[in-house]
Write a protein that binds this ligand. Structure first.
Ligand code: 5AD
Ligand code: SF4
Length: 456
């Protein structure tokens, strides 16, 4: 760092955090924000005011790393501009690109002070202190200690009041799908302890949170121990969390078909607090491609699983992820994906063109599908998925349901909440307040939102 400039007093420093990628990154950014707040950094939305710019990056699909480098290029100018005003700016890169690229980031982006991987966020304040002395720090080890033991606890009043919150219960993945970087960037599966999770859920409830979404790259692989030493899976955990006063709704994401067990299905059958929505990616409908992807199940097995889930909870909405154009995917294979989608009729879905990730087995395969073909398949798949999503939304019209109000709508007096099936619902708020669960009749439906009127 330059000696001619000064940093603001420790309690007046500001941090701008930019988050790319999944909900787990959103959760991690919040926790890093809290760790930095405890260290005297206030959050800011104005990047020009930031004494620390922190990028929490995602590496799941192509161009992620390039996007990060081009953002870092822009910050270089900003840093120079602030320097002219005598203000120092530190730049940190966190998340999966940090994990994957490590030292390479320091080489390509000379202005970066700190590179920190997802398992060492609790060491961020220490890394920044070191960086202030002029040392450039890379900390992407898999820490032996548990970061969650060291990150600040979500205390009352520390965070803005949220109605709905994420809670990470599991990290990493041992599945090694051949297209995916997660097992390399996030490491192997680790479950947080039951006690840590329950304590955090209680604190969230005390803070006014009414809905918790349990997060994990492979959330239904979570396992832990009950207070009396019994082996617990995610289903048991959900039963336990449902007993916390104030928590009205529970969700979890993302699940792998191989880890959907009987207990979790029982939870869907018996717990009204567990919302009827399940994100269960299948990726493709052809057995040949599923095998090449190392998904470890067939299309038939996936469909049979959904049948069992629907038997437990008939109104459950299914959500999925799809990849088109995995190496070797023929038109016939792609047709099998369309056929599977037609059978499941997803209420919501995310679909992507296959993007070879360096270091994954998929990237080494021959028979890569041409870009134009991928684009064409994606378009056809998305047309079908969007049609089903709209049909699902339309099937809600006339139904009465509980809506959890989360935020103000665009027009005055409007409030926006969530249906049990995770759809946005706009209502005229009247006397209702954010955080209320209100009874609503749905009057209108579009692909991405519903409109309704309060009936109680
Ligand atoms: N190419 C395209 N999509 C991918 N995903 C993960 N890796 C890749 C890749 N290499 C998608 C999968 C996964 C979602 C989070 O991102 O569909 O479920
Ligand atoms: Fe990636 Fe497969 Fe693990 Fe999901 S289950 S995180 S797609 S390796």
């Amino acid at each position: 760092m330059s000696e001619q400039t000064t940093l603001p007093a420790d309690n007046q420093r500001k941090v701008f955090i930019k988050t790319y990628g999944c909900q787990m990154n959103v959760y991690d950014s919040e926790r890093m924000g809290e760790a930095l707040a405890a260290d005297g950094y206030q959050p800011t939305e104005v990047i020009e005011d930031a004494d620390l710019i922190l990028l929490n990056t995602c590496h799941i699909r192509e161009k992620a790393a390039e996007k990060v480098y081009s953002a870092l290029g822009r910050y270089r100018d900003l840093k120079a501009e602030r320097l002219k005003q005598g203000r120092e700016t530190m730049i940190g890169v966190a998340g999966c690109v940090a994990q994957a690229e490590g030292e390479e980031i320091l080489r390509r982006a000379p202005d970066v002070d700190v590179v920190i991987g997802p398992q060492t966020y609790h060491r961020l304040p220490e890394a920044l202190r070191k960086a202030k002395t002029g040392e450039r720090v890379v900390d992407t080890e898999y820490a032996v200690e548990d970061k969650f033991d060291y990150l600040p606890k979500k205390e009352r009043g520390v965070r803005p009041k949220n109605v709905s919150a994420f809670l990470t219960v599991q990290e990493g993945c041992d599945k090694f799908c051949t297209f995916c970087v997660v097992p390399y960037t996030r490491g192997s599966e680790i479950s947080r302890s039951t006690k840590q999770i329950v304590d955090e859920a209680r604190r969230l409830a005390e803070n006014g949170v009414r809905e918790i979404t349990l997060l994990g790259q492979n959330v239904n692989a979570w396992h832990g121990e009950s207070a009396d030493g019994a082996d617990w899976g995610l289903g048991d955990l959900v039963f336990h969390l449902a007993e916390i006063d104030g928590i009205e709704r529970l969700r979890y994401t993302t699940s792998h078909p191989r880890d959907m067990d009987e207990r979790l299905m029982q939870a869907h059958r018996d717990l009204p607090k567990l919302m009827p929505y399940l994100h269960l990616p299948v990726q493709a409908g052809s057995d040949k491609i599923l095998k090449a992807m190392n998904r470890r199940h067939t299309a038939e097995e996936y469909l049979a699983l959904i049948e069992r889930i629907r038997a437990a909870r008939p109104d459950i909405a299914m959500s999925g992820d799809f990849i088109v154009g995995f190496p070797g995917e023929t038109e016939e294979d792609f047709q099998a994906t369309l056929a599977l989608v037609e059978k499941v009729r997803y209420a919501q879905a995310f679909s992507f063109k296959y993007s070879p990730r360096p270091g994954t087995p998929g990237a080494e395969l021959g028979d890569q599908v041409p870009e134009a073909e991928k684009a064409d398949r994606l378009q056809r798949l998305q047309a079908m998925l969007t049609r089903h999503q709209l049909e699902f939304a339309q099937s809600r019209v006339g139904l009465e349901m509980d809506i959890l109000l989360e935020k103000p709508g665009r027009n005055s007096g409007q409030l926006i909440g969530r249906s049990p099936w995770l759809q946005s619902v706009v209502i005229d708020g009247g006397e209702a307040e954010i955080g209320d669960l209100v009874r609503v009749r749905i009057t209108d439906a579009a692909t991405n939102s519903l409109a309704g009127v309060r009936i109680a």
